[in-house]
Structure formats: C-alpha cells, structure tokens
Ligand binder design. Structure first.
Ligand SMILES: Cc1cc2nc3c(=O)[nH]c(=O)nc-3n(C[C@H](O)[C@H](O)[C@H](O)COP(=O)(O)O)c2cc1C
Length: 215
C-alpha cells in the first residue's frame, strides 16, 4: 500500500494527508477516480479534453475516459473529427476532471497518440451494436444538412452489416494521453484549497517532481 488515509477533516471526508502523499500520480488518480465512480451519480468518467490546432487555436470538449494504465489515459473518437485532426497535428493536450460533491479536480497535461489498431478493435468490439453502426454513420464534426440525412446513413450501414458483426471503421479509434503533468485539487475551507502538482521531464521519465501549490 502506498498511501495512508488521514483523519476526517472539516470537509467531512477522509482525505490524503500531505505527509502521506502518494508517490505515484497514477495511484492518486486511481484512488480519486474510484471514489468518484462510487459517489458521482453519472459519467464520473467524463473529462474535458483541450486541444490546440497547428495555428495555435485552442478548443475543448467532453469525452469519456475508457481506460487508463501505467502509460496514460484512453478515449475513443472519430479520427476525422476536429479533435483528432488537432491531436494528429499537435499532440500537446490537456484533460480535466471535476467531480461535484467530492469537490475535487484533476488536471492532466501531456502528449496524445493513437492507440494501436488492435487496441481500438478490442474496445470497438465491446460497444453496443447501435454505437458501432453510429461510428460508421457519423461524419463527426462535418456539416449535417438535417437529421434525415443522418438517419438514412444509419439505415445504410445497418443494411450493409445486416446479420454480421460490425467491423471497426478505420476512421474510428482511440487515443492515449501520456501525462507530463498532473494536478490534484481538493476544496478546503475559505478557498484555501489543496493543490498538488506532479511534473516529469519527458514521457519516458519515471521520476516525478512533486510540489504543493498555493490555492
Ligand atoms: C458527457 C459527454 C461525453 C462525450 N464523450 C465523447 C467521446 O468519448 N468521444 C467523442 O468522440 N465524443 C464525445 N462526446 C462529444 C464531444 O464532446 C464532441 O461534441 C464531439 O466529439 C466532437 O468534437 P470535435 O468536433 O471537437 O472533434 C461527448 C460529449 C459529452 C457531453
């Protein structure tokens, strides 16, 4: 065990005490994420994803975290969408989780790259059939004349894959965000919040520099 739970503070929660910090930000993430999944009613895995175009324009949207491991954080999308175009041109990106009720925020900054086709295939195979067909039908982020056009495309692909498994379209798959920085934020009284930052020099570095930040 690499952490110890501290006493209950004025927030009424059991919380991690500074002197017993997790030494690995992934462990910290996992602990908070598990608590969020047990506490937050829906979409505890929803996160904001910030990207920056090659021209330097930022954009942000919600995506769902579909897995994480010692490498980083995974989500799935259309590879022709705006976010995918931006990530392929400029892999620098940021993730943000905010769990209301727990009053916790996790910020992650890092570099994204596409998951292997095998990993994307494996996840695609677990999706409901309707979502699999939807991945073929949606030209994500492109102009859509009206809902009928989309419905017709759904019907077209339902017919195409009638009575057979829906294969993963090449234009749909996952990204792995490999973190360079984490920040764990927890609300405290009088806005004197806790902020803990983990930074490393490269995506291969095993050592994290840990620092507390002013709120
Ligand atoms: C809670 C929530 C979860 C979402 N999850 C995903 C997701 O996992 N993948 C995805 O491509 N879009 C997801 N979306 C839709 C995106 O926010 C966005 O509208 C879409 O991906 C197009 O973004 P883009 O034009 O910036 O590429 C989600 C939206 C919400 C509100």
């Amino acid at each position: 065990m690499r952490f110890i739970l501290g006493p209950i503070r004025n927030t009424g929660r059991q919380t991690v005490m500074p002197e017993t910090l997790y030494d690995d930000p992934f462990d910290w993430f996992e602990h908070w994420f598990d608590e969020a999944c047990q506490t937050v009613s829906a979409n505890a895995n929803a996160m904001s994803l910030g990207t920056v175009s090659a021209e330097g324009h930022p954009s942000i949207r919600q995506v769902l975290l579909k897995g994480f491991d010692a490498r980083g954080f995974m989500f799935y999308t259309n590879y022709r969408s705006q976010k995918a175009r931006e990530l392929d041109e400029n892999p620098a990106c940021a993730l943000n989780f905010y769990w209301r009720g727990l009053e916790r925020q996790i910020r992650i900054e890092g570099l994204a790259h596409r998951l292997s086709p095998e990993e994307s295939d494996a996840y695609f195979a677990t999706r409901p059939r309707g979502s699999q067909v939807g991945a073929w039908a949606s030209l994500q982020s492109r102009p859509l004349a009206n809902r009928q056009v989309l419905a017709a495309r759904v019907e077209e692909f339902e017919e195409r894959f009638h009575d057979q498994p829906v294969p993963r379209p090449e234009h749909w798959g996952g990204y792995l965000v490999v973190p360079l920085r984490f920040e764990f934020w927890e609300a405290e009284a009088y806005r004197l919040h806790d902020r803990w930052e983990f930074v490393r020099s490269s995506v291969d570095a095993e050592e994290w520099q840990v620092e507390m930040l002013y709120p």
